[in-house]
Design a protein around this ligand. Structure first.
Ligand code: C2E
Ligand code: CA
Ligand code: CA
Ligand code: CA
Length: 278
């Protein structure tokens, strides 16, 4: 019939076949890249309001030959293919190795490391056990690890996610809510989930001083965070006016190009370790 013909035509559409081939090749390339150690951790420094280094956020890059590929080009695909689970474990493993290593340097030993975790990882019932194994195996101080979740996690099964978060919290690891204000924000979540910090999305920070409304949003988020006894981290701080506004507003820490770009892990360590050591 007509419908069948259309389906058949769609099925054999050569451009679609190309897209599927391309997609399969990309997945294979990512899988290969993971086994070859091409996924590298970068660290962006985070500072308190007095300008002291307090930690870093881990940001993933794919070093494919001479190309350095940003996460916006592969995380979504890794989530669709399921590769996000081993890829996420790689990031956690390397992050915990760093935390363990940093214990030997006084300047690095007090830093916290924030790691982005996909909602797909939180859906995995084995995730808390995998986290425990990694902490154990690396000897990382769990209290220095913070997992960043986006609000998309709150569209999931609440009971399941909170249970999993509590399991991980009981290991000493904390959670922060990333990109706050851009997604499924609901005040109810702030009470229900075991969170330690909120991260103000860089879109709000960006508009400080441009759009007076954004300043008010930032002030409101900070007030809310204080009310719920949450730390507040601002991201995307690019100029001095934004920094001053955030310090005055009572934000606990901040990151952004003004203060430091993401650096390869080894360069980050080199830059911030105790002068003269190593
Ligand atoms: P995010 O968690 O919101 O990370 C912050 C992004 O803002 C990073 O982009 C960072 O390089 C960028 N950034 C930092 N300071 C500034 C600034 O002053 N101005 C501007 N315009 N941008 C700034 P990046 O590294 O491209 O990461 C993009 C997103 O990819 C991250 O957004 C995060 O959602 C995701 N991602 C990165 N690493 C991982 C990972 O290991 N696992 C997972 N699941 N997602 C990751
Ligand atoms: Ca993040
Ligand atoms: Ca963010
Ligand atoms: Ca963001």
């Amino acid at each position: 019939a007509k419908a069948d013909g259309r389906n058949a035509a769609r099925f054999f559409d050569p451009s679609m076949q190309d897209a599927a081939d391309h997609r399969a090749a990309f997945d294979a390339s990512m899988r290969n890249g993971l086994s070859m150690g091409q996924f590298r951790l970068f660290c962006q420094p985070q500072f308190d309001t007095r300008g002291r280094l307090v930690g870093a956020e881990v940001l993933l890059r794919w070093q494919r030959d001479d190309d350095l590929i940003g996460p916006e080009h592969f995380i979504g695909f890794a989530e669709e293919s399921g590769l996000i689970l081993p890829l996420g474990e790689h990031v956690l493993e390397e992050s915990c190795r760093a935390l363990a290593r940093w214990q030997h340097d006084p300047a690095l030993a007090r830093l916290k490391l924030a790691v982005n975790v996909s909602v797909h990882q939180m859906r995995d019932a084995d995730f808390p056990a995998a986290m425990a194994t990694i902490l154990d195996g690396t000897g990382a101080p769990a209290g220095r690890l913070c997992l960043e979740l986006t609000e998309s996690v709150f569209a999931e099964n609440m009971l399941e996610i909170t249970h999993r978060m509590h399991e991980i919290c009981s290991q000493g690891v904390s959670f922060s809510l990333d990109d706050f204000g851009t997604g499924y924000s609901s005040l109810a979540y702030l009470k229900r989930f075991p969170l330690s910090a909120l991260k103000i999305d860089r879109s709000f920070v960006h508009d400080i001083g441009i759009d007076p409304g954004s300043g008010s949003i930032v002030e409101a988020i900070i007030a809310l965070a204080h009310k719920f006894k949450l730390d507040i981290v601002a991201e995307g701080v690019e100029d001095e006016a934004q920094r001053r506004f955030l310090v005055k507003g009572g934000c606990s820490s901040m990151q952004g190009f003004l203060l430091g770009r993401p650096l390869p892990m080894a360069e980050f360590e080199q830059m911030y370790r105790t002068a003269g050591s190593g």
